[in-house]
Design a protein around this ligand. Sequence first.
Ligand code: AR6
Length: 218
Amino acid sequence: MVGPRPLTPDAGGDPACWANRVCPECGAFSADGYHRHGCPVAAGSEGMVASIEAVKADITELAVDAVVNAANSALAMGGGVDGAIHRAAGVRDLTAACAALGGCATGDAKATPGFALPARWIIHAVGPVWHGGDHGEAELLASCYRRSVEVADEIGARSVAFPAISTGVYGFPGDLAAEIAVGTLQDLETSVERVLLVAFDDHTLDRYQRLLRHPGPR
Ligand code: AR6
Protein backbone atom coordinates (compact mmCIF):
# COMPACT_ATOMS: atom_id res chain seq x y z
CA MET A 1 0.00 0.00 0.00
CA VAL A 2 1.33 3.38 -0.89
CA GLY A 3 -0.01 6.15 1.29
CA PRO A 4 -0.40 6.96 4.93
CA ARG A 5 0.29 4.07 7.23
CA PRO A 6 -0.30 4.28 10.97
CA LEU A 7 2.49 4.07 13.46
CA THR A 8 2.07 0.87 15.38
CA PRO A 9 0.87 1.50 18.91
CA ASP A 10 2.19 -0.80 21.60
CA ALA A 11 -0.27 -3.57 22.32
CA GLY A 12 -1.77 -2.60 25.64
CA GLY A 13 -1.04 1.06 25.10
CA ASP A 14 -3.56 3.81 25.62
CA PRO A 15 -5.34 4.36 22.29
CA ALA A 16 -5.68 8.04 23.13
CA CYS A 17 -1.88 8.28 22.92
CA TRP A 18 -1.51 6.71 19.48
CA ALA A 19 -1.28 10.08 17.77
CA ASN A 20 1.62 12.50 18.19
CA ARG A 21 4.26 9.83 17.82
CA VAL A 22 7.72 9.81 16.32
CA CYS A 23 8.14 7.32 13.51
CA PRO A 24 10.36 4.52 14.87
CA GLU A 25 11.65 3.76 11.37
CA CYS A 26 12.84 7.19 10.28
CA GLY A 27 12.44 9.45 13.30
CA ALA A 28 9.98 11.85 11.64
CA PHE A 29 7.29 13.40 13.81
CA SER A 30 3.73 12.47 12.90
CA ALA A 31 1.00 14.66 14.34
CA ASP A 32 -1.82 12.21 13.66
CA GLY A 33 0.00 8.92 14.02
CA TYR A 34 0.37 8.32 10.28
CA HIS A 35 3.44 8.19 8.09
CA ARG A 36 3.14 10.77 5.32
CA HIS A 37 6.75 11.27 4.49
CA GLY A 38 7.65 8.42 2.16
CA CYS A 39 9.64 6.39 4.66
CA PRO A 40 10.09 2.77 3.51
CA VAL A 41 7.33 1.27 5.67
CA ALA A 42 4.79 3.30 3.71
CA ALA A 43 5.30 1.05 0.71
CA GLY A 44 4.06 -2.46 1.46
CA SER A 45 3.38 -4.94 -1.34
CA GLU A 46 -0.24 -5.37 -2.37
CA GLY A 47 -2.06 -8.11 -4.19
CA MET A 48 -5.00 -10.41 -3.64
CA VAL A 49 -5.22 -12.33 -0.36
CA ALA A 50 -2.98 -15.36 -1.01
CA SER A 51 -4.85 -17.74 1.26
CA ILE A 52 -8.50 -17.79 2.37
CA GLU A 53 -9.33 -20.79 4.56
CA ALA A 54 -12.37 -21.91 6.50
CA VAL A 55 -11.85 -23.28 10.01
CA LYS A 56 -14.14 -24.31 12.84
CA ALA A 57 -12.80 -22.66 15.96
CA ASP A 58 -13.31 -20.33 18.88
CA ILE A 59 -11.91 -17.13 17.38
CA THR A 60 -10.56 -16.02 20.77
CA GLU A 61 -8.00 -18.83 20.67
CA LEU A 62 -6.45 -18.07 17.29
CA ALA A 63 -2.86 -16.85 17.09
CA VAL A 64 -3.30 -14.51 14.15
CA ASP A 65 -2.20 -10.90 13.81
CA ALA A 66 -5.79 -9.64 14.10
CA VAL A 67 -9.19 -11.08 14.93
CA VAL A 68 -12.31 -9.29 13.74
CA ASN A 69 -15.10 -8.72 16.24
CA ALA A 70 -18.80 -8.63 15.31
CA ALA A 71 -19.41 -5.46 17.29
CA ASN A 72 -22.27 -2.99 17.75
CA SER A 73 -22.10 0.69 16.79
CA ALA A 74 -21.55 1.80 20.38
CA LEU A 75 -18.58 -0.60 20.62
CA ALA A 76 -20.09 -1.63 23.96
CA MET A 77 -19.62 -5.20 25.14
CA GLY A 78 -22.47 -7.42 24.00
CA GLY A 79 -23.07 -11.16 23.68
CA GLY A 80 -22.01 -13.73 21.09
CA VAL A 81 -18.53 -13.44 19.68
CA ASP A 82 -18.27 -9.88 21.02
CA GLY A 83 -18.80 -11.05 24.60
CA ALA A 84 -16.35 -13.92 24.13
CA ILE A 85 -13.68 -11.56 22.74
CA HIS A 86 -14.18 -9.08 25.59
CA ARG A 87 -13.88 -11.81 28.23
CA ALA A 88 -10.79 -13.37 26.65
CA ALA A 89 -9.05 -10.03 25.98
CA GLY A 90 -9.91 -8.62 29.43
CA VAL A 91 -13.17 -6.76 29.92
CA ARG A 92 -11.67 -3.73 31.65
CA ASP A 93 -8.86 -3.07 29.15
CA LEU A 94 -10.98 -3.68 26.08
CA THR A 95 -13.94 -1.67 27.35
CA ALA A 96 -11.63 1.31 27.97
CA ALA A 97 -9.98 0.99 24.54
CA CYS A 98 -13.37 0.74 22.81
CA ALA A 99 -14.74 3.74 24.71
CA ALA A 100 -11.82 5.85 23.47
CA LEU A 101 -12.83 5.12 19.85
CA GLY A 102 -16.15 6.96 20.13
CA GLY A 103 -18.35 4.37 18.42
CA CYS A 104 -18.29 3.02 14.88
CA ALA A 105 -20.80 3.31 12.03
CA THR A 106 -22.50 0.26 10.57
CA GLY A 107 -20.31 -1.08 7.77
CA ASP A 108 -17.17 0.45 9.25
CA ALA A 109 -14.35 -1.00 11.40
CA LYS A 110 -11.86 0.26 14.00
CA ALA A 111 -8.92 -1.39 15.76
CA THR A 112 -7.83 -1.83 19.36
CA PRO A 113 -5.01 -3.88 20.83
CA GLY A 114 -5.80 -7.52 21.55
CA PHE A 115 -4.71 -7.27 25.20
CA ALA A 116 -4.79 -10.83 26.66
CA LEU A 117 -5.76 -12.49 23.37
CA PRO A 118 -3.17 -14.45 21.38
CA ALA A 119 -4.00 -12.02 18.53
CA ARG A 120 -2.16 -8.71 18.66
CA TRP A 121 -5.13 -6.70 17.38
CA ILE A 122 -8.89 -6.69 17.45
CA ILE A 123 -10.67 -5.09 14.49
CA HIS A 124 -14.18 -4.17 15.57
CA ALA A 125 -16.55 -4.34 12.58
CA VAL A 126 -20.19 -3.32 12.88
CA GLY A 127 -22.43 -5.50 10.75
CA PRO A 128 -25.98 -4.61 9.70
CA VAL A 129 -29.08 -5.89 11.45
CA TRP A 130 -31.12 -7.91 8.92
CA HIS A 131 -34.38 -6.11 8.12
CA GLY A 132 -35.46 -8.27 5.17
CA GLY A 133 -32.73 -7.36 2.69
CA ASP A 134 -34.11 -4.12 1.23
CA HIS A 135 -32.21 -1.79 3.53
CA GLY A 136 -28.73 -2.02 2.08
CA GLU A 137 -27.83 -4.98 4.30
CA ALA A 138 -25.73 -6.78 1.67
CA GLU A 139 -23.68 -3.71 0.83
CA LEU A 140 -23.17 -2.88 4.50
CA LEU A 141 -21.96 -6.40 5.22
CA ALA A 142 -19.56 -6.29 2.25
CA SER A 143 -18.34 -2.96 3.58
CA CYS A 144 -17.52 -4.59 6.95
CA TYR A 145 -15.20 -7.07 5.26
CA ARG A 146 -13.65 -4.41 3.03
CA ARG A 147 -13.11 -1.91 5.85
CA SER A 148 -11.71 -4.60 8.17
CA VAL A 149 -9.08 -5.47 5.57
CA GLU A 150 -8.26 -1.79 5.06
CA VAL A 151 -7.80 -1.40 8.82
CA ALA A 152 -5.66 -4.56 8.84
CA ASP A 153 -3.46 -2.92 6.18
CA GLU A 154 -3.20 0.23 8.26
CA ILE A 155 -1.99 -1.63 11.35
CA GLY A 156 0.25 -3.99 9.36
CA ALA A 157 -1.67 -7.19 10.13
CA ARG A 158 -0.89 -9.95 7.64
CA SER A 159 -3.14 -12.70 9.05
CA VAL A 160 -6.75 -11.92 9.94
CA ALA A 161 -9.55 -14.12 11.32
CA PHE A 162 -13.21 -13.20 10.70
CA PRO A 163 -16.30 -14.52 12.47
CA ALA A 164 -19.53 -14.81 10.46
CA ILE A 165 -20.45 -11.15 11.02
CA SER A 166 -24.18 -10.38 11.48
CA THR A 167 -25.29 -14.03 11.28
CA GLY A 168 -26.06 -14.38 15.00
CA VAL A 169 -28.10 -11.87 16.97
CA TYR A 170 -28.29 -9.56 13.91
CA GLY A 171 -30.15 -12.24 11.93
CA PHE A 172 -28.41 -12.03 8.53
CA PRO A 173 -29.13 -15.20 6.48
CA GLY A 174 -26.07 -17.44 6.68
CA ASP A 175 -25.89 -18.48 3.02
CA LEU A 176 -25.98 -14.93 1.71
CA ALA A 177 -23.56 -13.73 4.41
CA ALA A 178 -21.04 -16.42 3.46
CA GLU A 179 -21.30 -15.53 -0.23
CA ILE A 180 -20.70 -11.87 0.56
CA ALA A 181 -17.76 -12.68 2.85
CA VAL A 182 -15.98 -14.91 0.35
CA GLY A 183 -16.82 -12.78 -2.71
CA THR A 184 -15.68 -9.55 -1.08
CA LEU A 185 -12.45 -10.98 0.36
CA GLN A 186 -11.48 -12.62 -2.94
CA ASP A 187 -11.66 -9.29 -4.74
CA LEU A 188 -9.59 -7.05 -2.48
CA GLU A 189 -6.19 -5.53 -3.12
CA THR A 190 -4.39 -5.79 0.20
CA SER A 191 -1.17 -6.61 2.01
CA VAL A 192 -3.06 -9.17 4.12
CA GLU A 193 -1.71 -12.59 3.16
CA ARG A 194 -3.90 -15.01 5.09
CA VAL A 195 -7.58 -14.83 5.99
CA LEU A 196 -9.34 -17.35 8.21
CA LEU A 197 -13.12 -17.55 7.95
CA VAL A 198 -14.05 -18.84 11.39
CA ALA A 199 -17.16 -20.98 11.70
CA PHE A 200 -18.60 -21.72 15.10
CA ASP A 201 -20.73 -24.64 13.85
CA ASP A 202 -20.53 -27.34 11.17
CA HIS A 203 -23.19 -25.81 8.95
CA THR A 204 -21.29 -22.52 8.63
CA LEU A 205 -18.03 -24.40 8.05
CA ASP A 206 -19.63 -26.42 5.26
CA ARG A 207 -20.97 -23.25 3.62
CA TYR A 208 -17.54 -21.62 3.56
CA GLN A 209 -15.84 -24.77 2.31
CA ARG A 210 -18.30 -25.15 -0.58
CA LEU A 211 -17.83 -21.52 -1.61
CA LEU A 212 -14.05 -21.73 -1.40
CA ARG A 213 -14.05 -24.90 -3.53
CA HIS A 214 -16.17 -23.19 -6.18
CA PRO A 215 -15.17 -19.54 -6.22
CA GLY A 216 -17.45 -17.20 -8.15
CA PRO A 217 -16.33 -14.94 -11.01
CA ARG A 218 -13.84 -12.23 -10.11
N1 AR6 B 1 -15.77 -17.76 17.87
C1 AR6 B 1 -16.18 -17.71 16.58
N2 AR6 B 1 -17.46 -17.45 16.22
C2 AR6 B 1 -18.35 -17.23 17.21
C3 AR6 B 1 -17.99 -17.22 18.58
C4 AR6 B 1 -16.64 -17.51 18.89
N3 AR6 B 1 -16.20 -17.55 20.16
N4 AR6 B 1 -19.10 -16.96 19.32
C5 AR6 B 1 -20.12 -16.79 18.45
N5 AR6 B 1 -19.67 -16.96 17.18
P1 AR6 B 1 -22.99 -12.71 16.89
P2 AR6 B 1 -23.84 -10.49 15.14
C6 AR6 B 1 -20.41 -16.84 15.91
O1 AR6 B 1 -24.36 -12.80 17.46
O2 AR6 B 1 -24.92 -11.31 14.55
C7 AR6 B 1 -23.37 -8.79 20.07
O3 AR6 B 1 -24.17 -8.61 21.18
C8 AR6 B 1 -21.90 -17.06 15.95
O4 AR6 B 1 -22.20 -18.43 15.92
O5 AR6 B 1 -21.86 -12.78 17.84
O6 AR6 B 1 -22.97 -9.68 14.23
C9 AR6 B 1 -22.72 -7.50 19.59
O7 AR6 B 1 -22.40 -6.64 20.65
C10 AR6 B 1 -22.35 -16.35 14.69
O8 AR6 B 1 -22.21 -17.22 13.57
O9 AR6 B 1 -22.79 -11.33 16.04
C11 AR6 B 1 -23.77 -6.91 18.70
O10 AR6 B 1 -24.72 -6.17 19.44
C12 AR6 B 1 -21.33 -15.23 14.53
O11 AR6 B 1 -20.28 -15.49 15.46
C13 AR6 B 1 -24.42 -8.13 18.08
O12 AR6 B 1 -24.20 -9.21 18.99
C14 AR6 B 1 -21.89 -13.84 14.78
O13 AR6 B 1 -22.86 -13.86 15.81
C15 AR6 B 1 -23.80 -8.48 16.76
O14 AR6 B 1 -24.52 -9.52 16.19
